[in-house]
Design a protein around this ligand. Structure first.
Ligand SMILES: *[C@@H]1O[C@H](CO)[C@@H](O)[C@H](O)[C@H]1NC(C)=O
Ligand SMILES: *[C@@H]1O[C@H](CO)[C@@H](O)[C@H](O)[C@H]1NC(C)=O
Ligand SMILES: *[C@@H]1O[C@H](CO)[C@@H](O)[C@H](O)[C@H]1NC(C)=O
Ligand SMILES: *[C@@H]1O[C@H](CO)[C@@H](O)[C@H](O)[C@H]1NC(C)=O
Ligand SMILES: *[C@@H]1O[C@H](CO)[C@@H](O)[C@H](O)[C@H]1NC(C)=O
Ligand SMILES: *[C@@H]1O[C@H](CO)[C@@H](O)[C@H](O)[C@H]1NC(C)=O
Length: 492
């Protein structure tokens, strides 16, 4: 036996011997968010969110003109949802709370007890099913009143968000031990505030981009400190934030300029939010580039808002783990032309890169999503090295189909490859990844793609009043991985 094991290690390599079993402590999960699944947008006392307003006012900005008015109707069908979770055997469920469902005006002078009851019922059922909730406080459905006051460009939102977080810890903290303050600020600050493709549709590229990141960081830190100062002693939970980036691979790894460009890309995308939290202050390259370019552009102050020393200290260290989302990779090339473009100011020309793809990468139903599993392993290693080996939970990773079939071989192929890379990041690279969350439990309202891109492991029939749920092929595949804690990585 001893000789046989030695033989395997020496001649077959570590993958075959170790890599196919996840560590015992490893947790599996699926995820959703409130606006994408709940529906009941104007029922049971809920107030309007920025996404309600945006989809109703500008249906032409959504690929199929749709909205989340009913979505998966999870407000009414959560018991069925939880029975699927139980059948899947997942350890936890990542979901979000809708701020305007429990505080319809956005403020705290009025509480909607029906909304509170909905989440309490959900948490009680999850508990009975032995499933841990991992709860996002804010997954983009901002109460409309705050949008009317500038949304994520108004620094006062940090205080309002802090108060909202406090109320949620009070109301739900006995059930919830894993809190996420904010989901993917990078996506909000680019798509929603720079490019105008997500609600509220602002095109304030290169200016609001950084103000938005600044306000998110202040809001996150406030919610983190409130938990640790007022609730941790009793509730003993963890609080973090979910951050996202594409992996950026140098297009020509022999070119110093491309290697530097890929590093800058990661600092501008991931570092913009992660550096202030895990190291302190903005990444130096962001400060240098944006300050210098703002001056060349004739601004009287930098487009990058600066933190005071107190703010740097207040934001630093406000994460009990690293919530990491990954979907795809870009090849990054240096772009000297962009460096010379002064007007209009933009986040893209601040970074000075060109994004590229490799034609060998399989695409999904989403134009931006390619199957590049090694990008996830490289990103996990990068996060681990940059931020002093934090505990990492993969809080999203997933693949889209077009909804026409429940035979989703493309999804199985994508997720098999990605989960194998997570395993290698743990067993071969020593990164501390403790959980993996598939996006998403069921097909749902996919923001400006409406219902045209489907990420679910369960198909939802949006043409039926019943919103009938039908497991796709991937469902059984994933269920087996969760049950056995092992995965077959041969060929991946
Ligand atoms: C809620 O919105 C729907 C459209 O999604 C509308 O038909 C209905 O009348 C509204 N109900 C209330 C109570 O406002
Ligand atoms: C990336 O590299 C390939 C060759 O490997 C080249 O054809 C392509 O033009 C490069 N892309 C950019 C934007 O430089
Ligand atoms: C990659 O960069 C190196 C160093 O600058 C250069 O010699 C080489 O020609 C480049 N390769 C391609 C395919 O452009
Ligand atoms: C695309 O990826 C393949 C496989 O990794 C690699 O052999 C090829 O050189 C890449 N092509 C470009 C243009 O980078
Ligand atoms: C991973 O992180 C957890 C939580 O912080 C910690 O308890 C554990 O010791 C870490 N494991 C490794 C291998 O660093
Ligand atoms: C409603 O959907 C559930 C699954 O989501 C299914 O089991 C049930 O048969 C459906 N009922 C009708 C009337 O279609």
């Amino acid at each position: 036996m001893y000789l046989f094991i030695l033989f395997c290690v020496l001649f077959l390599g570590p993958h075959l011997v170790f890599s196919e079993t996840f560590p015992e402590y490893f947790k599996f999960a699926v995820s959703t968010s409130a606006y994408q699944v709940e529906g009941a947008w104007n029922l049971s006392g809920k107030g309007p969110s920025v996404w309600d307003w945006y989809t109703h006012t500008y249906p032409e900005k959504i690929a199929d003109g749709s909205n989340g008015d009913i979505a998966c109707d999870s407000y009414n069908k959560y018991e069925e949802d939880i029975s699927f979770l139980q059948d899947l055997g997942v350890d936890y469920y990542r979901m979000s709370i809708s701020w305007p469902r429990i505080f319809p005006s956005g403020y705290f002078n009025e509480i909607n007890l029906e909304g509170v009851e909905y989440y309490l019922n959900l948490f009680k059922l999850l508990k009975a099913a032995g499933i841990e909730p991992l709860v996002t406080l804010y997954h983009w459905d901002l109460p409309l009143v705050y949008h009317n006051m500038g949304g994520w460009t108004n620094p006062l939102l940090a205080d309002w968000f802090g108060e909202y977080a406090r109320r949620c810890y009070e109301l739900f903290g006995s059930y919830v031990k894993y809190w996420i303050t904010l989901n993917e600020p990078q996506t909000t600050c680019t798509n929603a505030y720079s490019y105008g493709t997500f609600a509220p549709g602002y095109s304030l590229n290169g200016v609001a981009t950084y103000i938005c990141a600044y306000v998110h960081l202040l809001a996150h830190a406030k919610a983190y400190h409130i938990y640790h100062d007022e609730f941790y002693a009793e509730q003993q939970g963890k609080v973090s934030i979910v951050l996202v980036t594409y992996w950026g691979e140098p297009n020509n790894s022999s070119s110093e300029a491309d290697v530097a460009a890929a590093k800058n890309f990661l600092q501008f995308s991931m570092g913009l939010l992660a550096h202030p939290i895990f190291i302190g202050n903005w990444p130096q390259v962001v400060i240098d580039e944006v300050d210098q370019k703002s001056e060349l552009q004739g601004y009287t102050r930098s487009r990058l808002p600066k933190f005071t020393d107190e703010q740097v200290a207040y934001i630093k260290g406000t994460a009990d783990f690293f919530g990491l989302n990954y979907y795809s990779t870009y090849m990054i090339s240096d772009n000297t032309n962009a460096a010379e473009i002064l007007y209009p100011p933009s986040y893209g020309t601040d970074i000075k890169i060109t994004l590229g793809l490799n034609s060998s990468w399989p695409n999904s139903a989403s134009s931006w999503l390619y199957n590049v599993p090694w990008g996830l392993r490289k990103l996990i290693n990068w996060v681990s090295n940059q931020y002093n080996k934090p505990e990492i939970i993969i809080t999203e990773n997933g693949y889209s189909d077009d909804g026409s079939s429940i035979d989703d071989a493309g999804r199985i192929h994508y997720l098999n490859g990605h989960m194998c890379e997570v395993l290698r990041a743990i067993s071969d690279d020593g990164c501390n990844v403790t959980g993996y969350t598939q996006w998403t439990m069921m097909d749902n309202f996919e923001w400006n793609a409406g219902y045209t891109e489907r990420f679910g492991l369960i198909h939802v029939d949006f043409g039926s009043d019943n919103r009938t749920r039908t497991p796709k092929s991937f469902y059984e595949w994933f269920k087996n991985v969760v049950k056995t804690n092992t995965i077959n990585c041969t060929g991946f």
